[in-house]
Design a protein around this ligand. Structure first.
Ligand SMILES: *Cc1c(COP(=O)(O)O)cnc(C)c1O
Length: 351
């Protein structure tokens, strides 16, 4: 059996793969493939509508929130956000807690002032900066809830009156959170929501562009809202896969249920690692991500042997990101407990 610990694109529920496969051949008994239907047909409109409604329901969003499915991945949001919301003479506060946040900062600097209110660069992003002083006159505060590459996660929403903007690409829908506190949430779909090629954006209607900048239509949130994510042809199949995955999440009890499972999965992996001297988790204990577990083996010989053993046992995607090295296990929503237990059993017997 293959155990898929890929960081993204990553594992999805088996039933999603099965249903998506059937829909490629015959979508809902129409005799048509999901790949050949028009996006402005009632067939697809129903898919998009259901996906949006499931997001609202699962995240318990209030009526001020707009749900969008956009192209360009999370990386497009890095510049689309400041393009819309950060004027040339305005400043935005950013947290520098990992590679993805650093990229967001770099993009924002092209549009306005960036005030980095905390950084863990000094220790290779192995912890989450605390006691943030977010200036009250910042247009927004941007942070990454889960640092996918380094394996740290921010479990609490920072206490500030400044509009909150969060990159939740790798931990969205994994735990309960007051999503209504955010002015804008975005997440590339390929980790916890569905297939690559689409981006979930949750935007508060009251968070408006004030810079008076000319914005190309495809990058203008207001135009996307006005056109219901159909300003142009949306990634039909990717949205369909999201809808199936959201349905699955609802069917197992939604976010409260998956959070319980996710806590248990992370607990089992970290306690196994903590109990075996050969493995060394790299990040501060209180900031350990429940989605991406990062650890190293300090002996290069053993590291190589472990890598090889993982391969032989079909533990896929466990190699750490090229910028960090070591190992990374991604424990996204769809990763079953059996894979966690199989890995723990295998790793705890490794000498
Ligand atoms: C994967 C990831 C991204 C990049 O997503 P793309 O869709 O490839 O642009 C950005 N932020 C975080 C936190 C991620 O995990």
């Amino acid at each position: 059996m293959i155990h898929n610990f890929n960081a993204g694109p990553s594992i999805l529920p088996k039933q999603v793969f099965e249903e998506a496969s059937r829909a490629i051949l015959d979508f809902n008994g129409t005799g048509l493939s999901i790949l050949e239907i028009g996006h402005r047909t009632p067939l697809f409109e129903a898919v998009l509508h259901e996906a949006c409604e499931l997001v609202k329901e699962l995240m318990q969003l209030n009526s001020d929130k707009e749900v969008l499915f956009l192209h360009g991945g999370a990386s497009t949001q890095f510049f689309q956000i400041p393009l819309n919301f950060l004027g040339e003479n305005e400043k935005a506060a950013y947290l520098d807690a990992g590679v993805w946040g650093t990229k967001a900062i770099k993009e924002a600097k092209a549009f306005g002032q960036v005030d980095v209110v905390g950084s863990s660069k000094d220790k290779g992003y192995t912890y989450i900066p605390k006691d943030l002083q977010i200036p009250a006159d910042a247009r927004y505060f941007h942070y990454t809830t889960n640092n996918t590459i380094e394996g740290t996660e921010m479990f609490h929403i920072p206490d500030t009156s400044v509009p909150l903007v969060a990159d939740m690409s790798s931990d969205i829908l994994s735990q309960q959170l007051d999503f209504n506190r955010f002015a804008l949430i975005y997440a590339g779909a390929q980790k916890n929501i569905g297939a690559a090629g689409v981006n979930l954006v949750v935007l508060d209607k009251n968070f408006k562009a004030t810079a008076g900048r000319k914005i190309p239509s495809m990058l203008d949130y207001q135009q996307h809202i006005a056109n219901g994510s159909m300003l142009n042809t949306p990634p039909v199949f990717a949205i369909y896969v999201c809808m199936l995955t959201l349905r699955w999440l609802k069917s197992i009890g939604g976010i409260p249920a998956i959070e319980k499972i996710n806590r248990e999965k992370a607990e089992r992996v970290y306690s196994m690692l903590d109990n075996h001297a050969v493995f060394r988790p790299t990040v501060a204990k209180e900031d350990r991500s429940r989605m991406n577990v990062v650890f190293v083996i300090d002996d290069p010989e053993k590291e190589k042997a472990f890598q090889q053993a993982c391969k032989e046992q079909q533990f896929i995607g466990v190699k750490g990101h090229r910028s960090v090295g070591g190992f990374r296990l991604s424990l996204y929503n769809a990763l079953p407990m059996e894979s966690v237990d199989a890995f723990c059993q295998f790793a705890s017997s490794f000498r």
